[in-house]
Design a protein around this ligand. Structure first.
Ligand SMILES: NC(=O)c1ccc[n+]([C@@H]2O[C@H](COP(=O)([O-])OP(=O)(O)OC[C@H]3O[C@@H](n4cnc5c(N)ncnc54)[C@H](OP(=O)(O)O)[C@@H]3O)[C@@H](O)[C@H]2O)c1
Length: 281
């Protein structure tokens, strides 16, 4: 099978980031098979996290793929219980060892955890800056940070975060936080771009897809791409992995983009936890 060419965006570091990748949240069984298949059909960007408990299997699939390291973009994230600097350092060493690499392309603080660590949501940031200085994280950023949490990081930062990864899909466009990050120059990544599967059976997205000969899931992914976000849908199903990747052969019209924008339900559409209240270690 020929592998599709995936567009890149430019990080503030000057390095490219593939705009499309493979998500691994809740891939706990069959990790090796799922990641191996994704790599074999052309995915080159893998999103994992310490929390997902699958870094070692992701690392094994990457190693066995024999794809040159420089052709891959690998992201991981600091777990919620590892914000103290010594824990951040030791857990990052383990992440690199499990992923069988000397560096990740992007390392994020997974959640701000404002109800822990005396409310200091910036606590691990200087350690991420250290990883960046050492070249062991080629870019660093935040995940699930609301504007006030980003401000707290900026107050102590030497390096402005390069990326913000947040929940965003047609039912929860999350525009205020997206725009806040963008005006600071950060690249935005949209997690759960299929709203954890809901988008695949949405009647409006299906109807729009019919006109282009694509599925509702492809429409949701293409909408995110045209908004300029990075996406990494998760699927353990080989045929879905392949179809999801096929979002560069069509372009949604402005009218269809407006119809999808109108599906935004605000907070009602959120599928995950709220960053201000998540308190799980
Ligand atoms: N930073 C964070 O806090 C955070 C939080 C959540 C997610 N993420 C990242 O974002 C990635 C994507 O989000 P997500 O995994 O939550 O959800 P998602 O990608 O929006 O949706 C995944 C679900 O959709 C199904 N699916 C995939 N393609 C489909 C298709 N073409 N048709 C129908 N159903 C389809 C999958 O089923 P099958 O697997 O059974 O095919 C799975 O149940 C994660 O894997 C993770 O890397 C980050």
């Amino acid at each position: 099978m020929s592998t599709p060419s995936i567009p890149t965006l430019q990080l503030p570091t000057g390095t490219p980031i593939p705009q499309f990748g493979f998500g691994t949240y809740k891939v706990t069984e069959g990790v090796y098979e799922a990641v191996s298949h994704a790599l074999s059909v052309g995915y080159r960007h893998i999103d994992t996290a310490q929390m997902y408990g699958n870094e070692a299997e992701v690392g094994r699939a990457i190693a066995d793929s024999r794809i040159p390291r420089q052709d891959l973009f690998i992201t991981s994230k600091l777990n919620n219980g590892n914000h103290e600097p010594s824990d951040a350092r030791s857990s990052f060493d383990r992440t690199l060892a499990d992923l069988r690499t000397d560096y990740v392309d992007l390392f994020l603080i997974h959640w701000p955890m404002p109800l822990r660590y005396n409310g200091d949501v910036a606590l691990p940031w200087p350690v991420l800056e250290e990883f960046y200085d050492q070249g062991r994280a080629r870019a660093i950023g935040l995940s699930n940070y609301e504007p006030e949490h980003i401000d707290a990081v900026l107050d102590i930062a030497r390096i402005t975060p390069h990326v913000l990864q947040i929940e965003a899909h047609p039912f929860f466009a999350n525009n205020q936080t997206r725009h806040y990050a963008r005006q600071l120059g950060m690249v935005t990544e949209a997690w759960s771009p299929l709203a954890r599967g809901r988008a695949a059976s949405d009647p409006t997205l299906s109807e729009i897809g019919n006109a282009y000969g694509v599925s509702a899931a492809q429409v949701a992914l293409r909408w995110a791409i045209q908004r300029g976000d990075v996406v990494f849908p998760k699927s353990v199903t080989p045929s879905r992995q392949e179809r999801n990747l096929d979002v560069f052969s069509f372009e949604l019209s402005a009218a269809d983009i407006a119809r999808i924008d109108a599906l935004d339900e605000g907070e009602e559409g959120r599928t995950g936890s709220h960053p201000r209240t998540l308190n799980r270690i």
